[in-house]
Write a protein that binds this ligand. Sequence first.
Ligand code: ZN
Ligand code: MN
Length: 479
Amino acid sequence: MPYLPTIGLEIHVELSTGSKLFCGCPVSFGGEPNSRCCPVCTSVPGTLPVLNRAAVQYAIKAGLALNCEIGLFSKFDRKNYFYPDLPKAYQISQFDLPFCLDGYVDIELNGEQKRIRIERIHLEEDAGKLVHDGLDKYSLADYNRCGVPLIEIVTKPDIASAQEAKAFVEKVRLCLLYAGVSDCKMEEGSMRVDVNTSVRPVGTDELGTRTEMKNLNSIRSIVRCIESETARQASVLDSGGRVVQETRRWDDNKGESRAMRSKENAHDYRYFPEPDIIPAEFTQEQIEALRASLPKMPHERYLEYTGKMGLPGSDANQILESVALADIFEDAAAISANPRTSASLIIVEILRRLNDMGLSPEQIPFDGAALGKLVKMMDERQITANNAKKVLTLMFETKDSPDKIAKDNGFAVISDVAGIKSVVSDILKQNEKAVGEYLAGNAKTFGFLMGQCVGALSGRADPQVVRAVLQELLQKGQD
Ligand code: ZN
Ligand code: MN
């Protein structure tokens, strides 16, 4: 029997604030275990949490970037459960009054747009990490991550396939990167996805029983997990069984999942208002100020790039992959008034150099103004396209401006025709035999003579001008 999958996601994203949610301990990845902890984040009795203002602002910015309504009155709640990665035996989270509600993200798949609704985004503290690997009779706890600010983005069950889930997670990631609230590094765990999946027979409306797969940390494993779980549930139903509501663990190496525990419901957590933190209240003006502080989101930029700037969609998407590249592109395009050449230098030349050098776009050692200047030099024929590539290489190695590099290395084009003429006429004198053959009707020798001239000018002259001069002088010889 054919089935339709229904998928909802819960995405946990660590916020890149300087300090943790309720104490002054620094937020950063890795490090010596338990070196970034204090009595508050290790839950020593008697300590009190102090709410980090920046974390609240980041959570609200995330909500605005994902088209949410922001609640003007929010509070924190205790979510009670015991697991040794969170020693106080409850997590400070938000239950019924989260910061952000009713958002959405539009995804595009095979040329069609679809809106995925976001139910809520709440702010909570992250837990620590347990280390089991290579240990026999015990586990070790690292509390460095304890208390790192975390937002949880909960979607409506609007996702109907693994590919839609992939498009959604990629879009959310990009929006949060542009909003500047997280580095969204899935491989480092700063973005982790829980997948809720159910299937129902085609032609029916009632949703099937769902299962949950927790903490997927790559797009690839999200896609594989949804495909595998959809097939598993379908075969359970086909063989007359029923799907059990449970949390399953996805094993990315084996490409399969197994049951972990039966799924909790919200009432299992005994939520109650957190008595140590006063509710958060905002004015509409404060929310609007945060909205105004957000940079342009990727979909807005996409429309500009593919609209008035005339880039193909695939080029626009490639640049938009990175905030750093998008900013460099926009500055270069503005200064050179040539978005297409700016984009092609970034996509063809700069990305290749970054790849060769193992650098990320954030590490590009020059700004968009410098790149724009180089494009302008090309457009004004002060430099050939070939030498522009050499200048670009040197821009990675030196901190110099493109015009200084061109000048220092003799890349500046010989633009006066008289100068080119004298070089070309010397070449013709040195190659009387070839000239004679050309004049006798052997057109092939033109290419040879052209090669000699370009070589003598060492790439500093526009080949079109050299060709014209060569033709003109040979013509004279004919007369
Ligand atoms: Zn701390
Ligand atoms: Mn959570």
